[in-house]
Ligand binder design. Structure first.
Ligand code: MRU
Length: 346
């Protein structure tokens, strides 16, 4: 059984430190919102849904020691914690979704005393965690229907148990298909620069007994041209209202290759990853991270000192390349114009 990605224990948020995987399974203990913000920023916890769950507990931890006597003073402290958490990973929709949900809860209960508000915040964070587990199960069921016995699946980054509080999204579908008795083979992209595929996806798939092969990101073309892939399954960090979506850098390349080779390309995500305020993927903010992620591997420099680096860590795939978005609320198919995508449940 895989270790829990996040756990609420003894009034602390325990976070499995993913920067140490696959070598060490260690947890960090977060006792205030700053610890949680640091863990998100440094990718000790990563994957949009897991980031959202961590942030919800972060808001509680940022408020629990408040000595405020009025709603106004309590909210001021809450808003400071919210600001700090919101500045961690700009592309992950579930981060902002969770922060907004916690804030709305406070506003709805503004007449309650701070002690009661603290209790409500903790209850809501625990609910977000439990819901994430349920959502993953539903995504798994909805997506497994698309998987056929013997399928060879290509995935990118890590959209598994390590990216959520449950069984994962894209990988959750694979686990569910296996439970249904289907045999599948998974090709996992290593996923430069942070190597989520090599370090995390392969680690969890092997433990789950999945037939797994690790490939370089640039091997996707030879795999598809050689008819070695039946379906591509990836996660999403943010989905615009027209079905364009952001996911780990390199996802767009896969989508183009898949279309060229006539291979179905599916996205798996909780419905909460959809950002209805964004008309298209052009409006999605793409996170850029430090040069060191590209110039170094495992602390070892691999590029000349002083080289200029561009490190966008997500890209946007236009909806034209997407055969379907598998959510907890069903399968959505973007139409060719990308209009009314959210109404088109099938
Ligand atoms: O930078 P990361 O590791 O947080 O990026 C994660 C991804 O791109 C995942 O595919 C996405 O968050 C979906 S996880 C269920």
């Amino acid at each position: 059984m895989l270790p829990k990605t996040l756990e609420w224990k003894d009034d602390r948020l325990m976070i499995l430190d993913q920067t140490k995987l696959p070598h060490q399974v260690t947890y960090i203990q977060c006792s205030d919102h700053r610890d949680v913000a640091e863990a998100i920023k440094s990718m000790r916890v990563r994957g949009a849904p897991a980031i959202g769950v961590a942030a919800a507990f972060g808001l509680y931890l940022g408020s629990v020691d408040s000595e405020a006597k009025s709603y106004r003073d309590f909210f001021k402290e809450f808003a400071e914690a919210e600001k700090e958490l919101s500045l961690t990973r700009p592309t992950a929709r579930n981060l902002f979704w969770a922060l907004e949900r916690m804030k709305n809860l406070l506003e709805k209960n503004r007449d309650e005393p701070p002690e009661k508000l603290k209790m409500l915040l903790l209850r809501e964070a625990k609910m977000i965690l439990r819901e994430d587990q349920d959502l993953c199960r539903k995504i798994g069921e909805n997506g497994a229907a698309l998987i056929e016995d013997g399928d060879r699946i290509l995935t990118h980054c890590n959209a598994g148990s390590l990216a959520t509080a449950g069984i994962g999204t894209a990988l959750g579908i694979i686990y569910t298909a296996l439970d249904e008795g289907k045999k599948v083979k998974v090709y996992a992209d290593e996923t430069r620069p942070a190597l989520q595929g090599a370090r995390l996806t392969v680690w969890e798939l092997i433990q789950a007994g999945v037939d797994t092969t690790l490939v370089c990101d640039s091997a996707a073309g030879i795999l598809m041209r050689g008819k070695m892939i039946d379906i591509v399954l990836v996660g999403a960090d943010r989905i615009a209202a027209n079905g364009d979506f952001a996911n780990k850098i390199g996802t767009y390349n896969l989508a183009i290759l898949a279309k060229e080779h006539g291979i179905p390309f599916f996205v798996a995500a909780p419905y909460s990853t959809i950002d209805p305020a964004l008309n298209s993927g052009n409006d999605i903010q793409i996170e850029e991270r430090e040069a060191r992620e590209v110039t170094h591997i495992s602390g070892q420099r691999i590029a000349p000192d002083g080289v200029t680096v561009y490190n966008p860590v997500f890209d946007v795939t236009p909806h034209q390349y997407v055969d379907g978005i598998i959510t907890d609320q069903g399968l959505f198919k973007p139409n060719s114009e990308g209009k009314n995508f959210l109404d088109r449940e099938v």
